[in-house]
Design a protein around this ligand. Structure first.
Ligand SMILES: N=CN[C@@H](CCC(=O)O)C(=O)O
Ligand SMILES: [Mn+2]
Ligand SMILES: [Mn+2]
Length: 312
């Protein structure tokens, strides 16, 4: 595995309550760790993508490269239940300078290896350039199945893809699907009319993207989701944390003026987990530089925790 490093063993730490009861456990005590990249036949593979080269290229505020380990630390102290699926920290893919495409290739390869061996993938990005790499790995793992790409995001991320940035991942996935003659099933939920130009909406219409705007989220997200899920065999869920209101999630490159509250997003995530089709999830655009007292990291980690909890 290229551009890969294992997670330092001492990163997973937390409060030790195990003297109180044998089941008083937290994630840091139950997560499996590896010092070499060796996918298992089941469970959840946690992968980091330490990269904000795409955010740089997209003229955003860099810092998301520091996210994976910050999110691991925030997840470490959360409770672990016996019903949880095995979570294995499969380490982190890094980027060398501006060589974004090499890092994306390495992440796609890691995701493909995990998926093919029977694991589901949970990736901590990274900017939203994570999604081109993660999505390609999932599409490659299931070449003959209908893979729905569900993006919770204020942005469409359908910018023209002459070269990859954090603003291009879904245009790249659309081109990839077109080249393979497979349907591009993309739903962007929570998207902001004010944060995307007319050109991007036009591109979304051309690509037949399923859309739910932030203003309509409470009313429309669940019924729209139902029809998206009905038409899919597998789901890749990508959560751009800038879908949340800036007050809940300041720790992103482009905070949302309005946003969709975490409590409104949770039922959508619950429904996706219940479908039994969820194959891959990532949390992207978290930028610790702009966090306040670790609040954003806690919320992002809670989303990850909830998914791991419901995924089982
Ligand atoms: N990941 C993509 N992000 C947005 C950034 C928008 C902004 O910086 O205002 C986009 O490209 O549209
Ligand atoms: Mn966004
Ligand atoms: Mn995005």
């Amino acid at each position: 595995m290229t551009l890969w490093r294992p997670t330092p063993a001492d990163l997973w730490q937390g409060r030790d309550d195990s003297s109180e009861a044998s089941n008083a456990l937290r994630i840091f005590q139950t997560i499996a760790q590896t010092d070499r990249f060796a996918p298992k036949s089941s469970g959840i593979a946690l992968l980091g993508f330490e990269c904000d080269a795409g955010v740089w290229r997209n003229h955003g505020r860099p810092g998301a490269a520091q996210a994976p380990d910050v999110l691991r630390k925030a997840l470490a102290n959360m409770a672990s239940y016996s019903g949880h699926d095995t979570l294995t920290d499969m380490g982190t893919i890094t980027v060398a300078g501006d060589r974004l495409e090499d890092a994306q290739r390495a992440l796609s390869d890691a995701v493909l290896a995990c998926q093919q061996s029977g694991m589901r993938t949970l990736v901590f990005g990274g900017g939203h350039e994570t999604a081109w790499a993660h999505g390609r790995g999932v599409l490659d793992a299931f070449p003959h199945e209908r893979v729905a790409i569900i993006n919770l995001d204020a942005h469409l991320d359908l910018r023209k893809a002459d070269h990859a940035t954090s603003g291009t991942p879904f245009r790249q996935l659309a081109q990839y699907c077109e080249a393979q003659n497979r349907e591009f099933q993309y739903a962007c939920l929570g998207v902001s009319r004010a944060a995307n130009t007319q050109a991007l909406w036009d591109e979304a219409a051309r690509l037949n993207v399923t859309l739910v705007e932030d203003l309509d989220f409470r009313r429309e997200a669940l019924p729209v989701l139902e029809s998206v899920l009905a038409q899919a065999d597998r789901v890749y869920l990508t959560i751009d944390l800038d879908v949340l209101p800036a007050g809940e999630m300041p720790a992103v490159s482009a905070p949302a003026a309005l946003g969709v509250s975490a409590l409104d997003i949770m039922p959508v995530i619950d429904e996706i987990c219940r479908s039994g089709k969820l194959q891959a999830v990532d949390l992207v655009e978290f930028n610790p530089i702009y966090d306040r007292d670790g609040q954003g990291a806690r919320l992002a980690a809670r989303l990850a925790w909830q998914i791991a909890h419901w995924w089982a």
